[in-house]
Design a binder for this molecule. Structure first.
Ligand code: ACO
Length: 319
């Protein structure tokens, strides 16, 4: 040991740098998380190792998880239990730790059995750069959905700030899955929630079907597939499906970050332009509140988002 080894910094590493996530197909694609504080604490630092690398690996079809850890030196007494902390957020009994050969055998066997949900759950299909992609929607209580969701849910902690796990026993959760049809790779997923809306006793007695507001809660396109337009297509697929539903009153989004706000604004504006809404926005300095409210309801948008869009349309008109 050198004198430098007595300094705590010598044994402290950034958890965001140490954790390496990989999606494995024929090749492995490795990337770093945006956040690790839910797993390794607010400071996102790990104590007790030198040259620490924590490998969190998934096969890109079934997402069977594998965890391994490498380091050049470790403090015997004080080193954090880096694997134990990670395992708390992964499905119990499903993760293979350290034994890579066992993991390869396990996911290859699972891949042989793997099949998509039936066409009853299919929402849409599209072609992008010569590949076919397919979107399914399933309730969280569905077996396929629950199993895959338990494996991928850690991505919301690693990539969405302030995200937490959803209650898989609450039947109001529905998940949209995006897959590459030929390779069967899962490209991304979106958790969504339905809030049933009580419109008063009279309407409740008259209408047989309940009205609801729908929320996009957690929206993820896995890093290797980002910036290819999948996020926009998936967002539009979900919104189009909801807009067609007569029982849906409003589309909402939970705590969108800047990236998602951009994606949402761009796609909402494109939709409103296609629907020839731009020309109907009055030129008056103060727009009649009732007009805004009527239009907002017609387009099933929430207040904050609709105001932003009107503002952008007016700015665009001035420029
Ligand atoms: N070539 C190059 N760029 C492209 C292409 C293309 N063929 N197609 C689209 N793009 C650009 C878009 O113009 C856009 O550019 P911008 O960022 O400068 O505006 C950008 O790529 C992203 O658009 P998409 O490709 O449609 O979206 P993507 O598939 O990358 O998904 C998302 C976006 C969901 C935000 C993704 O980055 C992600 O999962 N991030 C991590 C998790 C996250 O932040 N989720 C949102 C949290 S908020 C919430 O969950 C409600």
């Amino acid at each position: 040991m050198s004198i430098l080894d007595f300094k705590p910094e010598a044994w402290t590493v950034s958890a965001n740098d140490a954790l390496k996530i990989s999606l494995v197909s024929e090749n492995a694609v490795q990337f770093s998380p945006s956040f690790t504080y839910p797993i390794y604490g607010d400071a996102e630092q790990i104590f007790g190792y030198k040259d620490l690398v924590i490998h969190l690996v998934f096969d890109s079809v079934t997402f069977k998880p594998f965890v391994n850890v490498k380091f050049s030196d470790k403090l015997k007494e004080d080193a954090e239990d880096v694997i134990g902390k990670l395992l708390k957020f992964l499905p119990e009994g499903d993760v293979i730790v350290k034994d890579e050969e066992k993991w390869v055998d396990a996911f290859q066997e699972e891949q042989k059995q793997f099949s998509f949900p039936s066409d009853d759950y299919k929402v849409s299909q599209y072609n992008k750069n010569g590949d076919e992609f397919v979107v399914y929607k399933q309730n969280i209580t569905n077996h396929f959905c629950k199993k895959l969701h338990r494996r991928v849910q850690i991505f919301v902690l690693l990539f969405i700030e302030a995200a937490s796990y959803i209650d898989e026993n609450d039947q109001n959760w529905e998940i949209f899955w995006l897959f590459n049809k030929a390779t069967k790779q899962c490209i991304g997923f979106v958790t969504t929630y339905k809030y049933w809306k009580y419109l008063g006793a009279e309407q409740f007695d008259q209408s047989k079907e309940l009205k609801y507001r729908a929320k996009i809660s957690q929206f993820i396109v896995f890093p290797p597939y980002q910036h290819e337009g999948h996020g926009s297509i998936l967002y539009n697929t979900i919104v189009d499906l909801w807009l067609k539903d007569n029982n849906l009153l409003e589309v909402t989004v939970e705590d969108p970050n800047e990236m998602f706000d951009d994606l949402r604004d761009r796609n909402d504006l494109e939709r409103l332009e296609r629907e020839k809404f731009f020309d109907t926005v009055p030129d008056n300095k103060i727009i009649d509140e009732q007009w805004i409210e009527d239009q907002r309801k017609k387009h099933k948008l929430e207040k904050r988002q609709f105001s932003r869009l009107i503002e952008m349309i007016l700015l665009h008109r001035k420029s």
